[in-house]
Design a protein around this ligand. Structure first.
Ligand code: NAD
Length: 458
């Protein structure tokens, strides 16, 4: 029996059924909360904020570490809910990751800064922070939003994705066991609740992770309350594989850079530009990994790939692959649903002999598909990698890290990895450029993003 699931799931009469991502069978019911519930949550958050701020950094950090320990202790239960909702293999891994980032925010030091002999810069709480999240890492991203906000003395109202509310409600249930009423509240509702949260006059800051179109709407909403924004939006990360790369050294890392969480990662590798001299060998190696990677229910821990989370994302993946096929691209492996595993499984797909201009290269697939584009001139690869309005991550792969770094400096992205893709850590700032958003999360920069500056001058 999963006590956390029992604590947050409501009875069928009063809730919206949620389907296990792999089986599409009902596993729980989410409360359907309204804008009235949201308004009550924001009022409670505003009332709780001064006392929470007055506790000071040390006590807040202590509470955050205690919550992190509690998340680790309940990682299996929380992970089971994550796997039901999201489909990922071993959801407990996401829960432990969330605990790690929570401790990271508790341990990061942000001191007031002496500017000169007359002036100092202090970092003050903002007030009520609104968090609006996606469905691909509901718990991890929930903590990415909540942790720095709490640490800086703000209170939080979080609106989970309507696809993954129960895992976030379960996360917040753990937080609430340690915190005064109103410090963190989850409101499970649809887009209208998200829109009301983003435009609420008592919200001082919105941290949003989701798609670029919704990000644009949130910018519009924030013209009402002038809330500050951190926007972590979509990505279409390019990787560039340079001549001289040892395929046997990089193929696994490249594959999982693209297919981790079944490709449903904001900063997954989504287009791979490979030099002609290693192209055929690398395409073959990637296809080999795709064909042998264990795929199935995320509840079976030996699997590595799971289902696509929801039908509309599944349709996007299918449409992009079908379009590539119709244009004459080569489907090296995959290219079709794996319906024998469940309604939303799609075979990991490697597409070769495809060019920019094809939708699978130009658009974000957010699923288990990787287009591999051939190039012969590195300048051309850099130009193509930069030829999109997205700019979340990118990577450069090659034997000479200094040469790779020269190219990394020219790629338009918030993070450029060398000989790896997608790794994040609690002390390294992360955020996008261009239409992938603005503002930074993690580390000292992440704390600053949750604070108002105040200069004291004598
Ligand atoms: P989405 O934009 O559809 O939804 C995200 C959230 O916004 C949901 O909670 C939704 O209810 C809410 N929402 C919808 N309309 C709203 C409105 N008008 N006002 C306020 N809130 C509203 O995104 P998604 O499909 O859940 O997530 C997938 C996308 O998120 C992908 O594009 C992916 O790249 C991106 N993503 C980015 C990052 C990052 O760090 N940059 C991380 C994860 C996912």
């Amino acid at each position: 029996m999963n006590a956390l699931l029992e604590a947050v799931s409501v009875d069928a009469e009063h809730g919206r059924p949620l389907l296990d991502a792999a089986t599409r069978e009902v596993f729980g019911h989410a409360p359907e909360q309204t804008v009235d519930d949201l308004n009550a949550a924001i009022a409670a958050a505003a009332a709780a904020q001064p006392a929470w701020a007055a506790l000071g950094h040390e006590e807040r950090s202590r509470l955050m570490r205690a919550i992190a320990d509690d998340i680790d202790e309940h990682a299996e239960e929380l992970g089971e809910i994550i796997t039901h909702e999201q489909g990922k293999v071993a959801g407990a891994g996401e829960a432990h990751g969330a605990a790690h980032f929570l401790r990271g925010a508790a341990d990061t030091v942000l001191e007031p800064q002496r500017l000169d002999d007359r002036s100092e810069l202090h970092y003050m709480p903002l007030g009520v922070v609104a968090s609006i999240g996606p469905w691909n890492f509901p718990v991890m991203i929930g903590v990415w939003h909540i942790a720095p906000a709490l640490r800086m003395g703000n209170t939080v109202v979080i609106k989970p994705s309507e696809y993954t509310p129960l895992s976030v409600l379960a996360l917040v249930e753990i937080f609430r066991r340690h915190l005064p009423e109103g410090v963190v509240t989850a409101v499970s509702g649809g887009r209208e609740v998200g829109a009301a949260l983003a435009s609420h006059p008592d919200v001082a800051k919105i941290v949003f992770t989701g798609s670029t179109p919704t990000g644009r709407r949130i910018v519009e909403s924030s013209s009402n309350n002038l809330a500050r924004l951190t926007l972590e939006l979509g990505g279409n990360d390019a990787g560039i594989v340079l001549p001289g790369t040892d395929v046997s050294q990089v193929a696994e890392k490249l594959f999982w850079g693209a297919f981790m969480n079944t490709g449903q990662v904001c900063a997954a590798l989504k287009r791979l530009y490979v030099h002609d001299s290693v192209y055929d060998e690398l395409v073959e190696a990637l296809a080999g990994i795709a064909e042998t990677a264990p795929i199935g229910s995320g509840h079976v821990k030996t699997n590595r790939l799971g289902p696509v989370q929801n039908p509309s994302q599944f349709d996007i993946v299918s449409r992009l692959v079908d379009d590539a096929r119709a244009r004459g691209a080569r489907i090296v492996t995959g290219g079709e649903p794996a319906t024998e595993l469940g309604p939303l499984f799609y075979r990991p797909t490697i597409i070769a002999d495809v060019e920019d201009g094809a939708a699978i290269v130009d658009e974000e697939q957010f699923g288990p598909v990787l287009p591999v584009v051939r190039y012969s001139d590195v300048e051309d690869a850099v130009r193509r990698a930069n030829g999109t309005d997205q700019g979340l991550g990118a990577s450069v792969w090659g034997p000479d890290e200094e040469a790779a770094k020269e190219i990394a400096l020219r790629l338009e992205a918030g993070t450029v990895w060398i000989n790896q893709h997608g790794g994040v850590d609690p002390s390294t700032p992360f955020g996008g450029v261009k239409a992938s958003g603005y503002g930074l999360e993690f580390g000292v920069e992440g704390l600053k993003a949750m604070a108002a500056t105040k200069v004291i001058r004598r």
